[in-house]
Design a protein around this ligand. Structure first.
Ligand code: AMP
Length: 370
């Protein structure tokens, strides 16, 4: 957003963040470093971002009076998760500029809309069918074949709302497992590795893409992101090009995460987009310690109408999530002089809960020419 004189939003202005998890917290810290005030809106009391914000609003996303006060007090609003209810986004954006735009949010919060958008931009994705009942799965299976993946259209994350169909007899169980909700049935892609590109786009259309990171999952949750990814120069370039095309087509402002499958089999494309995330992304946490401007600051710059910062990688990096009891390893990591520790201030440790992450950096001998 720009101020009334058409200039970038000035330090001292107030940024509103919807969602109070670790992503909101790290956005708030980055905003604070640039001299902004931060207000956080999140229904859960004691949210991690509340602890670093000037003002917290612990109200439901349907509470229009609280939303009105939040909009009134802020100069620009952003969000840390894609499941912000559409009516909440519409209500707020009528009062205060909201970035990324509501259209991008709509595309990213529904897998079918996301797939249709990606097809319209000519980007390769796994073949799929839209599913609204069990019979749809049975009709689609001969075309999609097995193994295939049934994915709920909405509210899926970290492998939730998903079921693999190994043979036609699994269809009914898979449909029940995802909760009998609108879904897509997608062909299984025999990928070699998974990568993601984190890209920033500013209000003037400037784009800065970070180097692709290679993602390793454990129990369907991101465990590590390794940079550089073990991919060819051509695949690297293609991955950046895809991310740029998506950001451009969405008229996007802020940080966008694009997850892709890398294939190396005859008859397959080199890259398939699996998912887009209209927000800062776990697989971009490595940028905090390996780039001049990290994804959090870059997002704040973009939504405030500032120029984007440099995204070049000065170090190689391995980001490791501290999940559940991993949290208790923090003293070990804190004692290593090539690791940076990032903890989210969560009091209760639960299995599968993201408690923090560590970045190990390895300086590069020489910086690439940009
Ligand atoms: P998603 O929730 O769509 O990000 O999927 C979670 C994980 O499931 C991905 O990171 C992949 O490891 C796996 N997966 C999802 N879709 C497919 C697919 N079409 N083919 C193969 N693996 C998949």
């Amino acid at each position: 957003m720009t101020n009334k004189a058409g200039l970038p939003l000035e330090p001292g202005s107030t940024i509103g963040i919807l969602g109070g998890g670790q992503l909101g917290r790290m956005l708030a810290l980055a905003a604070s470093r640039l001299g902004f005030n931060v207000h956080v809106f999140c229904p859960e009391e004691n949210s991690p971002a509340f602890k670093v914000a000037e003002k917290s609003y612990a109200f439901d996303y349907d509470d229009s009076q609280a939303l009105a006060r939040f909009a009134q007090a802020t100069d620009v609003i952003t969000y840390e998760f894609e499941n912000v209810p559409a009516h909440t986004a519409a209500y707020l954006s009528a009062k205060t500029p909201l970035y990324p735009n509501a259209g991008a949010l709509k595309v990213a919060q529904d897998r079918l809309a996301e797939r249709e958008f990606l097809i319209s931009t000519g980007i390769s994705i796994a073949p799929f069918h839209a599913i609204s009942c069990l019979e749809d799965i049975e009709r689609a299976l001969p075309d999609i074949s097995t193994p295939s993946v049934l994915k709920a259209c909405r509210l899926g994350y970290d492998g939730k709302g998903q079921s693999i169909i190994k043979s036609a007899k699994d269809a009914s169980d898979a449909w029940t497992k995802i909760g009998c909700v609108p879904a897509i049935l997608e062909a299984f892609i025999p990928f070699e590795r998974e990568v993601s590109v984190i890209i920033a786009r500013s209000q003037s259309g400037q784009m800065v893409a970070y180097d692709p990171g290679e993602n390793k999952h454990l129990n369907h949750i991101l465990d590590e992101t390794i940079v550089p990814a073990n991919i060819t120069v051509e695949t690297h370039q293609k991955a950046l090009e895809i991310a740029r095309d998506i950001a451009q087509a969405l008229d996007y402002v802020g940080i966008l995460g694009v997850e892709m499958f890398v294939c190396n089999s005859p008859g397959l494309e080199a890259l398939y987009v699996n998912e887009i995330a209209p927000r800062v992304h776990n697989s971009g946490h490595w940028t905090q310690d390996a780039c001049h401007t990290d994804q959090f600051e870059q997002h704040i710059r973009a939504i405030c109408g500032w120029p984007l910062g440099g995204g070049a990688r000065h170090s190689d990096a391995v980001m490791k999530n501290l999940i559940g009891e991993d949290y208790f390893q923090w003293p070990h990591f804190a004692a290593l002089n090539d690791h940076s520790v990032h903890l989210y201030g969560k009091v209760i440790v639960r299995p599968g809960r993201k408690m923090g992450h560590v970045n190990r950096t390895i300086p590069r001998k020489s910086m690439p020419k940009t």
